[in-house]
Design a protein around this ligand. Structure first.
Ligand code: AMP
Length: 402
């Protein structure tokens, strides 16, 4: 269901409370990567350029919830935002709900920006407390959710605050609108062939997504350590590859489900292996079908790389979540690189819609320099995976529909 967006909302002289994702990496109060701050700017600009008053709120890190912690203060973020926008940005007081914050909001003029302190300095944020939420909602005329990475959670700022807005408008910002458009809408009605690539360390993390996508996808390509639980369930020798023994029955059940449905579920047909889980072990061998005892699979092999790339390039919609191997280490990055490049080629060569989940796959897309060529790289690892699982998000259900 498309959501009401900030663009469609009249904001002039209104207090607009925007839940952003300012959870940036910090080193001694120095921001080491400001991409999340920059990513929030289109929504902030849309409000202030039209004479709205932007009240920004976010969590940062994992404070105890017992009050102000200087190392996790949003004051350096406010300073960075001020620098990026070339305008004054305040971050009053020591708590998100405080007399200082209230006073700062009350004295705002049109186009002013206030950043509330780290929401998690108050433990009522995590517990979803309604009174806390009401205090935040009372500051505003309009609520905006532009924090996709937390959309699968029901923290107060994500769920209780929009609920507490009552009849006042609740809308999504540009970032969340784009995430929904790709992850939810494209999945509901994909152009075919529709190929899903799943990888990563743990099959248990991805089982719900596979089950949800089985009836929807034309191809499911499995890579990463999770492939070895499936291969072992089929009776292959996987050496000492990472296997989740307690998930063998689930893997078998999924393979049976796939065999009964029209989806083609592909497992790696060859593997780049080593005897040690190390970047520099030096004893790398490629095995087909059966992995020799004493070896573990750490990347998909050359035949699988070509096969998967061919399937990806002939698809019209591709969703990718999880690396094909230990892509952080040079000897085992090639499989993930092939997949990343094939996704980019699919979009460049014939306009395929390519969607990459957050977390490791987004990091891999950056590492292999293809992020700009993909249709969409999600900003939320956990949230994008839960969307692939088909789970409803309470934080989005409370937002007004368009
Ligand atoms: P996940 O968080 O489940 O998406 O897993 C990502 C991690 O899985 C990355 O850090 C990879 O290094 C790791 N990984 C991928 N393939 C393998 C493999 N064959 N064996 C061990 N770890 C792997």
């Amino acid at each position: 269901m498309p959501k009401q967006t900030i663009e469609q909302t009249d904001v002039r002289s209104k207090n607009v409370l925007i839940r952003v994702d300012f959870n940036v990496p910090l080193d001694n109060a120095t921001i080491t990567d400001d991409r999340r701050i920059k990513a929030a700017i289109p929504t902030i600009r849309s409000v202030i350029d039209r004479g709205g008053r932007a009240i920004l709120m976010s969590h940062l890190g994992r404070p105890s919830g017992d009050g102000y912690e200087p190392a996790l203060s949003l004051k350096p973020v406010a300073a960075k935002l001020s620098e990026l926008l070339g305008t004054d940005v305040q971050c009053p007081g020591e708590l998100p709900v405080s007399p200082e914050a209230k006073a700062a909001v009350e004295s705002m003029n049109d186009a002013d920006i206030v950043v509330l302190e780290n929401l998690r300095f108050d433990k009522r944020e995590k517990s979803g407390d309604e009174a806390f939420a009401q205090s935040l909602a009372d500051l505003a005329d309009i609520y905006v959710n532009d924090a996709f990475g937390t959309c699968h959670r029901t923290d107060a700022s994500m769920y209780a605050v929009p609920k507490a807005m009552g009849t006042k408008p609740t809308v999504v910002g540009f970032l969340v609108e784009k995430e929904i458009r790709y992850l939810s809408s494209a999945l509901a009605n994909p152009e075919r062939p529709f190929t899903v690539i799943l990888g990563g360390a743990k099959v248990s993390d991805k089982l719900p997504a596979i089950e949800n996508l089985l009836p929807k996808a034309d191809n499911i390509l499995i890579g990463g350590a999770m492939a070895y639980t499936f291969l072992k369930a089929l009776g292959h020798n996987v050496g000492k590859s990472r296997v989740e023994e307690d998930k063998l029955d689930d893997a078998k059940r999924i393979l049976d489900l796939a065999a009964e449905s029209k989806v083609d579920l592909h497992l790696p047909e060859d593997h780049i292996c080593s005897t040690t889980f190390s970047e520099t072990a030096g004893d790398i061998e490629v095995f087909e079908d059966q992995i020799k005892d004493g070896f573990m699979g750490l990347d998909i092999g050359p035949k699988t790389q070509v096969h998967y790339a061919t399937l990806i390039k002939s698809s019209k919609t591709v969703v990718w979540n999880g690396p094909m191997g230990v892509f952080e280490w040079a000897p085992f990055k090639v499989g993930t690189k092939h997949v990343a490049q094939a996704c980019a080629d699919a979009t460049k060569e014939h306009g395929a819609t390519t969607i990459v989940g957050g977390g490791d796959s987004a990091a891999a897309a950056e590492l292999f320099n293809v992020a700009a060529d993909l249709s969409h790289v999600s900003t939320g690892g956990g949230a994008s995976l839960e969307m692939l699982e088909g789970k409803p998000f309470k934080a989005l259900e409370v937002i007004d529909n368009a």
